[in-house]
Design a protein around this ligand. Structure first.
Ligand code: IMP
Ligand code: MG
Length: 335
């Protein structure tokens, strides 16, 4: 599979970070590139005792041989990016597109205003105001920032060259389908489209060069910030089920609801998903914790997966059963 685009199927926080980290380790892509909005995303992946959280750099950093890139459509907070480059020692293997937009302190201030952080429940990361300024054509770009000069590249050229050579490309989207500015629950959405088409546009990959779209669904649905959440459970019920999560970027508690087949169906359509990655199966079915073979899952868990496949007509190829990147059932060979 030369190009594989990973996107979120619900409202973000589906576990894309873990899936991307696993695919990076397993498929050994030469390049992994991030599309999506910007540092409003928080992706987490755990290897052994190491819990890693990133907001800017691709989670594919888990594979030390993979070259990391950030596409032109992505907004960069230089401080957050440089801190992550330092923390994970990525100096020699990261490239950012010279046309990436730059978030300034002023954008962060504007995003913290009542109108955005209060009314919409934004992450306060400055992403919305920066994208607004980009549309007004007054946003600084990465090429204007001295500290970023050594990392600049033409990412679209590099990834298309790689595919010309039949190389392996992994694409990491951010947020989730229903946070899309166009296809989501407007106005409670992020500041641009985040479906697979948009992620490809972010990095400069044409629609005919996509081989696989892996859509990530969590075994239940969560949402932070405002906006509708069908079947939302009370806080007590969320805690009773052990579904309570704390948001990576904002520290807010996430609202939760059971898996939503009709939303999932729509998300498969909007992204033309070819594969499903289902995460946190062990949270809904604790007896499946750390199981790494499909046959060892409980009957009720298998029934849940079969129902998803029947309704969505897409195979569930990756199943997350624990926090560790290797707590996963990979059915891609057998299906
Ligand atoms: P913004 O993207 O910061 O403007 O926030 C708009 C909405 O998208 C808010 O409801 C945020 O909580 C949500 N959001 C943005 N990024 C993420 C993410 O990575 N995970 C989950 N929710 C997000
Ligand atoms: Mg997240």
């Amino acid at each position: 599979m030369p190009s594989n685009v990973v996107v979120g199927g619900f409202f973000g926080d589906e576990g894309k970070g873990k899936i991307v980290a696993y695919l990076a380790l397993k498929d050994k892509p030469e390049i992994a590139v991030r599309g999506g909005v910007g540092p409003n995303a928080g992706h987490t992946f755990t290897i052994g005792d190491n819990v890693n959280k990133v907001r800017m750099v691709p989670s594919a950093l888990a594979n030390k041989d993979t070259i990391l890139m950030i596409g032109a459509g992505v907004l960069i907070n230089p401080q957050v990016l440089l801190d992550e480059i330092e923390r994970f020692n990525l100096h020699d293997r990261i490239f950012i597109d010279r046309r990436c937009g730059i978030i300034t302190n002023e954008h962060i201030e504007r995003d913290s205003a009542k109108d955005l952080k209060g009314r919409i429940g934004t992450t306060g990361s400055g992403s919305g105001p920066a994208n607004a300024d980009r549309a007004l054509r007054r946003l600084p770009l990465a090429q204007d920032i001295k500290e970023l000069a050594i990392y600049l590249a033409d990412v679209s050229e590099k990834i298309n060259d790689l595919l010309d050579r039949n190389g392996n490309l992994l694409v990491e989207g951010t947020q989730g389908t229903f946070l899309s500015l166009y296809h989501g629950t407007y106005p409670y959405v992020t500041s641009k489209d985040v479906t697979a088409s948009a992620v490809c546009s972010d990095i400069g990959l044409g629609p005919k060069r996509v081989d696989d779209v892996t859509i990530v669904f969590k075994a239940y649905v969560t949402r932070v910030g405002e906006g509708e959440l069908e079947g939302e459970l009370s806080r007590e019920e969320v805690e009773r089920r052990g579904w309570l999560e704390i948001a990576t970027v904002t520290g807010r508690t996430r609202r939760a609801a059971p898996f939503n087949l009709s939303l999932a169906k729509k998300a498969v359509m909007l992204n033309s998903a070819t594969q499903i990655a289902l995460t946190k199966l062990d949270i809904v079915y604790p007896e499946c914790s750390k199981v790494r073979e499909y046959d060892k899952l409980s009957d009720r868990a298998k029934t849940f997966i079969e129902e998803i496949e029947k309704e969505l007509r897409v195979r569930v190829t990756l199943i997350g059963t624990g926090e560790d990147v290797y707590d996963i059932i990979d059915r891609r060979k057998e299906l």
